[in-house]
Design a protein around this ligand. Structure first.
Ligand code: ZN
Length: 461
């Protein structure tokens, strides 16, 4: 038997362990795992890890936001994904009232299809709740978008959901086996603290942290969990950033609420002292990076399994765009690049520094995202029959992170100067090499929209 492509002699890793051997690909799928497999083409992976491609479930490419548009478009952003070993990402189609969610999805597909270099999916972000939106839910899930997002903040953008909206959406989405994600921050509390800062004449970048203390997130996390407990349905907390939120999450899980959560490398590795730097505004994102104590609690949340996903919330703004702030923290375009360093940081700071087992890292980056977001076992695993989304990872390669070496359009990096050990060198998407020896060799439009399956049991009540 001769396969199309065989990756030879690598350490093939999954959540259950590492096996030395060959991985064979036929067409777009993994055809065999074993020893001495032969292919028309071979890639030597001796001394390397062979990993499932990472899945970043939280990105915002070319997003109009804060008076500008995020600087990595679908082409460049997905190229950065490939360079970082991310083979599937999930972005957002945000409903632009009065247009429907379906129209938002079509518009977003129009922006992404033809440009994406890796596979992608979309979440549907609801910016209102009424009979028309309710009527769309079942069809959207059937069309391959089983995950929704609602914003508990951003009232001024017209995106905010009320508690009642969230309750009704959870109940309706549950009937069709979907999941509702929430951006959990309290608009009311943030407005209060911003008004207090204004009275005190505070405008610098650190004011971003002062006006969004932990309670502005944890209060909203607790509220969302309580609403989900009453409404039924599956809840997902995006970009969870504080220890107090983790306390609420763990309490919710204990009492049987169907709640899941993600955090990201920036919350695990950066702290809010960075806002005091001259370029502190570069680090502003929502929710803000936190205190060292929050980092420790979030690592504990990963260890205990209560935080199930690592994702980046990539939303790139260049230093020129960030300069729009003009010294007023309220005008900073909120977001940072991240997708390209997700896997190297998780490996080096997690596995390399003894905080995560390799198998657990693969659960956080590959298996859990695939399961929770309706792509398992097509994505997220190196199993026979799965899509051949494969990363060859050099665990010994030492890299000092610099924006100059990255594919993102960003001219700085929040992890600039961070030394990591381990970097992806070759990336395959559905059997095709898109990065070879750290050189991008893919093409725009090769990536495909992934139609995802329902993610939760259908709630018939
Ligand atoms: Zn986001």
């Amino acid at each position: 038997m001769t396969y199309d492509l065989v990756i030879k002699g690598g350490s093939i890793a999954s959540s259950s362990g590492v096996t030395r051997g060959d991985l064979a690909i036929r067409g777009e799928t993994i055809a065999a795992l074993g020893a001495d497999l032969s292919g028309r083409e071979t890639i030597d992976a001796t001394g390397k890890l062979v990993l499932p491609g990472a899945i970043d479930v939280h990105t915002h490419f070319q997003l109009p936001f804060c008076g500008t548009v995020s600087a990595d478009d679908f082409e460049n952003g997905s190229k950065a994904a490939a360079m970082g070993g991310v083979t599937t990402f999930i972005d957002f189609a945000i409903q632009a009232k009065p247009a429907s969610i379906t129209e938002a999805i079509e518009a977003r597909r129009g922006e992404a299809d033809g440009k994406v270099c890796v596979d992608y999916g979309l979440h549907a972000a609801l910016t209102e709740w009424n009979a028309d939106r309710q009527a769309e839910i079942g069809g959207i899930i059937k069309s391959g978008i089983p995950t929704f997002k609602m914003f508990m903040i951003y009232k001024s953008q017209g995106w905010q959901s009320t508690d009642a909206d969230l309750y009704c959406a959870l109940r309706e989405v549950a009937k069709h086996g979907g999941m509702v994600g929430v951006h959990a921050e309290s608009d009311d509390l943030i407005n209060l603290f911003q008004a207090e800062a204004e009275r005190e004449g505070l405008t610098g970048a650190y004011t971003h942290a002062i006006t969004r203390p932990a309670v502005t997130e944890s209060e909203a996390v607790a509220r969302a969990i309580n609403i989900a407990d009453a409404a039924g349905g599956r809840l997902y907390i995006v970009h969870m950033s504080t220890g107090q939120s983790l306390d609420h999450l763990e309490e919710g899980i204990l009492r049987g609420v169907d709640v899941h959560a993600e955090t990201g490398p920036h919350y695990l590795l950066l702290d809010d002292e960075l806002f005091k730097r001259e370029q502190g505004h570069h680090f502003a994102t929502c929710p803000p990076i936190r205190k060292p104590a929050d980092q420790e609690r979030l690592w504990e949340g990963l260890s205990s399994g209560s935080v199930e996903v690592l994702a980046t919330d990539t939303c790139t703004f260049t230093s020129e765009q960030k300069a729009m702030w003009g010294g007023d923290y309220r005008k900073i375009p909120m977001g940072m690049p991240g997708i390209e360093v997700l896997l190297p940081l998780s490996y080096s700071k997690g596995v390399g520094e003894g905080r995560l087992e390799l198998g657990h890292m693969l659960e956080l980056l590959c298996e859990n995202p695939a399961r929770l977001f309706g792509m398992w076992p097509r994505k997220g695993t190196l199993s026979v029959g799965s899509d051949a989304d494969v990363v060859i990872f050099d665990p010994d390669l030492q890299v000092t992170i610099s924006h100059r070496d990255l594919a993102t359009n960003c001219d700085y990096n929040p992890f600039e100067g961070t030394r990591v050990t381990g970097w992806p060198t070759t990336t395959l998407v559905r059997g095709r090499v898109v990065v070879r020896d750290r050189q991008f060799v893919g093409s725009p439009g090769y990536g495909r929209f992934v139609k995802r399956e329902p993610v939760a049991p259908v709630d018939g009540r």
